[in-house]
Design a protein around this ligand. Structure first.
Ligand code: TRH
Length: 382
């Protein structure tokens, strides 16, 4: 059934909000034949992850999606069949009134962040009536397992990336374009928030017998990486994309901020991925490579609960010593502690992490896909 969708995305900070909405919008169109209007209040962030997006353009078409700049003077438009408010953003009052005046009323969805916590299955699908208007909103919460909104991953996109991963020539072309060495040794991608723990990691990598290339796209953690003792002082002052510098067995290489497609390829072609937030975190799981996750910092330690809930499931297939090593490294990373021994221990278990990450990725692909579930859910509420 071809429905019309209004998908609203407000960029709070960082790139996860638009990153996830953009994947959903594209998959709705390409895999489910839906008609999507994506409202975004920050085209600059959008353009960073998808360079084809034009700035200052109120309405544009991209990848079959109608992209609208969402500003305070939102034009009067008829709401679509489905209205999705992503990540607690709120549509303007005038639009809500138009929704309540529409017949039939749109299916109104509050799309939440992905989490492995148990409450997800309890709250997913619940409804909440509007206090004044004849409208009902439904919670749609992505997660792991039955009763959740599923995992964000476009099956066609995953198949393409899986092919890329085993295509040595394609990986080589990708690396050349970014000046990544063809034989990088242990190839580690690093996408993180500011984190003092990065020095402990770098110390362990520098001492590790295998040569390591640490690939750091421009972003929040770069200044701390560059200030690591022993790196070239010029680099430390002003690290620029394309530059590289070494200390002992570790080479640090700065990448430009990549398009979302290129970032996916970086994750799929690296041996280890440090990821953060929601979207890169799920990409790293599908890539089937060892990873370290830094959830977005929240009040009341909510990020620690998220981390614990996910770790309990993700790490359960590991032998005990490997599980302890992984869990300690993830703790140290998120606590911001500089502890090289935790990383040495962790590096010692990489082969176990590799096979566990592969099994996890295979299992994850058997899980319900978020967009398919979302379409089914909305059709059922029409
Ligand atoms: O940028 P993030 O930290 O986003 C966060 C989280 O989503 C968080 O939960 C949310 O509450 C907060 O924003 C407001 O991390 P995330 O989720 O991994 O999103 C990053 C996106 O940026 C993802 O789609 C990948 C993309 N990306 C690029 O396109 N190019 C790059 O070079 C890099 C490093 C990332």
């Amino acid at each position: 059934m071809r429905l019309r969708w209004d998908l609203f995305c407000s960029v709070v900070d960082n790139y996860g909000d638009i990153g996830i909405c953009w994947r959903i919008a594209r998959e709705l169109v390409s895999q489910h034949g839906q008609q999507v209007r994506l409202w975004v209040d920050d085209l600059e962030s959008f353009q960073r992850i998808w360079p084809a997006i034009a700035l200052g353009c109120g309405l544009q078409q991209c990848e079959g999606v109608e992209v609208r700049a969402w500003s305070t003077d939102m034009p009067e438009v008829e709401p679509a069949d489905v209205v999705v408010e992503a990540f607690a953003c709120r549509v303007p009052e005038a639009f809500l009134l138009a929704m309540s005046a529409r017949s039939p009323k749109p299916v109104w969805v509050n799309l939440e962040y992905f989490s492995a916590e148990a409450w997800v299955a309890e709250h997913h699908g619940l409804s909440s009536p509007h206090p004044r208007l004849p409208l009902t909103q439904y919670f749609f919460i992505p997660g792991l397992g039955a009763g959740t909104g599923g995992v964000p991953g476009d099956p066609a996109e995953l198949a393409t990336l899986r092919q890329f991963q085993v295509d040595a020539r394609a990986v080589s072309v990708f690396r050349s374009a970014l000046q990544i060495p063809q034989n990088p040794g242990l190839c580690v991608s690093l996408f993180a928030y500011e984190n003092p723990a990065v020095w402990g990691l770098m110390r362990a990598l520098a001492m590790h017998p295998q040569r390591t290339t640490l690939l750091v796209p421009e972003g929040r953690v770069l200044a701390q990486v560059a200030a690591f003792p022993g790196l070239d002082p010029g680099f430390a002052r002003n690290p620029q994309p394309g530059q590289a510098t070494s200390v002992e067995h570790l080479e640090v290489r700065v990448l430009p901020f990549l398009s979302q497609d290129a970032y996916d390829r970086l994750v799929w072609s690296s041996d280890i991925n440090f990821v953060r937030g929601e979207d890169s975190f799920v990409r790293a799981q599908f890539a089937g490579k060892p990873m370290v996750w830094q959830p977005y910092l929240q009040n009341d330690d909510a990020h620690w609960h998220k981390l614990e809930a996910f770790s309990a499931q993700y790490m359960q297939g590991l032998p005990v010593t490997a599980r302890i090593a992984m869990s300690e490294a993830w703790r140290v990373w998120n606590a911001g502690e500089i502890k090289p021994p935790a990383w040495q221990e962790w590096l010692g278990h990489l082969p176990e992490f590799q096979s566990q990450a592969q099994s996890w990725a295979i299992w994850l692909e058997t899980q319900p896909g978020l967009v398919r579930e979302l379409v089914k859910f909305c059709v059922s509420k029409l």
